[in-house]
Design a protein around this ligand. Sequence first.
Ligand code: NAI
Ligand code: ISE
Length: 335
Amino acid sequence: METLKVGVIGTGAIGQDHIARITNKLVGAKVVAVSDISGDSAKKAAKLCGARVEKDGGAIVGAGDVDALLVCSWGGAHAESVLQAIAAGKPVFCEKPLAATAQDCKKIVDAEVAGGKHLVQVGFMRRYDAGYLQMKQLIDSGEMGEPLLVHCAHRNAGVAENYNTPMAVNDTAIHEIDILQWLINDEYVSAQVITGKGTKHARPNLKDPQMMILRTKGGIVIDIEVFVNCKYGYDIQCEVCCEEGVIRMPEPSFPVLRKDQKVSVHIEQDWKQRFANAYDVEIQQWIESTIKGEVKGPTAWDGYIAAVTSDALVKSQETGAVEPIITGGKPSFYK
Ligand code: NAI
Ligand code: ISE
């Protein structure tokens, strides 16, 4: 297999995680150049993989030996790099969110469509998680009947100081937003956020927990609990109530321990461990499809849909009302 030469923009937590998996675990690619607005972070990451440091994202995109881009900077910086990659005709894997606003996501969609070539994949890794894939197979087989209700929980042990109320949507629930419409083969039409008593563990800039309600075109009602100071670990729950029965996502597999008068099962501490296999499969498949000149994963259109849905939820955080979700028609390019 030919080797895909990758340039990484943003070498923080997930940037380093992806660099490590490409370098030590996956096949078919190597990281040749990295950049980060923090020079120290870029140097550290470059050392991990034997790559060189470039001065900024634009230099990475323009480098002659970079075949494809991995964008792992902060959400607000994604659009600039993705648009540069499209202009250069280079494939780009962009971590979620595709961009900070639906408007910027639409610019990316329009640029990709105008270029006439599929180049953009968004980092919605749950589509590669074994548990969600098993659930999807059951739903698509029809044996459980029509999905009627979905209950989800997205719990983080804790979050950084700068994490605020809208981030519960843009940074966290955006994973549910993407995975659920894919899982139940439907489209969202409205969104609402309900908040009540908050935990004493949240900082003043964050309402935590939050309950998010989405309704679909087909009438399915979805509730998502986002609780990012749950303290006890990283816990992702999903249950789909169907006409013939209920599908619950399997828990990560750990031995059940009986010790000190207690029965216990380990719970992962964060996303790095909980979705490690999903990230591996996601990036390996991205490498393989990029070498073939294809995009097989979540597209820029999926990134745009997630952003429009996020905007409606964030608006509801402010208004408390049920907000409509209006996306416009899917371009035939993405069908
Ligand atoms: P982080 O804060 O650890 O790292 C982000 C890095 O980007 C920092 O080193 C920062 O200096 C750098 N940066 C910011 N603007 C830049 C620019 N214009 N050019 C180059 N570097 C720039 O954040 P983290 O957790 O690594 O998140 C990065 C992205 O990945 C976010 O969009 C986040 O939502 C996403 N993410 C996705 C996850 C998933 O489960 N798929 C998990 C964690 C993060
Ligand atoms: C983080 O950015 C992620 O994407 C994680 O998957 C999510 O669980 C966490 O809440 C986000 O902050």
